[in-house]
Design a protein around this ligand. Structure first.
Ligand SMILES: [Fe+2]
Length: 232
């Protein structure tokens, strides 16, 4: 189903790989993204446990300086990635450590230390959804927004089990707030402020963890998904 190897998304700046993950009885794709920072080093977004072949491929791209856990769910591969890149700093929400005692956190993603260290990114928390505790990263040089579970989308590249479930839940070839997240929006006004902050950005592409990279009106699709759950 997937290559597990890195493919280039933006020439010389962004790469990503996918791996299968099981969730609620369906097989999703989960993406790890690699961004070359302005200082030449690499940021890994939602790192997976790395294979030898993946490490070889990555070594050709540069030195890893940051491992980003984008919400309180996408922490599972980080301890293994950290073992492979011991000098890289782990940035994560504290809520992820509460779920994973093996997760070391060097920098709280909600602390300005991280945003100050990577000034080419806008670091935007998704407020009002503590269930996810997600933080979006907007890479200004490529106008790329990185999210994890804020929205998802299934398509023909997905395993049949997820294609089937996605048709039932309305996520097939549609960008949607994940069904489990829909019920957990605690503060719609706060989430709306985050959405409005995103709408101020020129977003050329949306890179999410569960779904193909979106380059066709990505912001409009994101906004529509959240409008459907009463956040606009
Ligand atoms: Fe996820």
């Amino acid at each position: 189903m997937q290559s597990h190897m890195l493919t280039e998304i933006v020439g010389g700046r962004i790469w990503a790989s996918e791996r299968p993950v099981l969730f609620s009885g369906v097989r999703l794709r989960a993406r790890t993204s690699v961004v070359r920072l302005d200082d030449g080093r690499l940021l890994l977004h939602s790192p997976a446990p790395p294979s030898e072949a993946w490490l070889t491929q990555l070594a050709a791209l540069g030195e890893v300086s940051w491992l980003v856990v984008p919400n309180c769910f996408h922490h599972l591969g980080t301890p293994a990635a950290s073992a492979a890149f011991p000098a890289a700093k782990i940035v994560a929400p504290r809520s992820a450590a509460a779920k994973n005692p093996a997760l070391r956190i060097d920098v709280d993603i909600h602390d300005s230390t991280f945003a100050d260290a990577v000034p080419e990114f806008a670091v935007i928390p998704l407020e009002g959804v503590p269930f996810l505790d997600e933080t979006l990263l907007y890479h200004r040089p490529t106008e790329t927004l990185f999210g994890a579970d804020m929205v998802l989308r299934a398509d023909e590249h997905d395993h049949w089990s997820w294609r089937f479930a996605a048709r039932i839940t309305g996520c097939y070839q549609r960008v949607r707030v994940p069904p489990d997240v829909k019920k957990k929006v605690a503060d719609r006004a706060a989430a709306s402020r985050s959405l409005q902050a995103l709408q101020a950005l020129p977003i050329k592409r949306l890179v999410i963890c569960h779904g193909s990279v979106l380059e066709e009106a990505p912001l409009a699709q994101l906004v529509e998904a959240w409008r459907m759950v009463g956040v606009e």
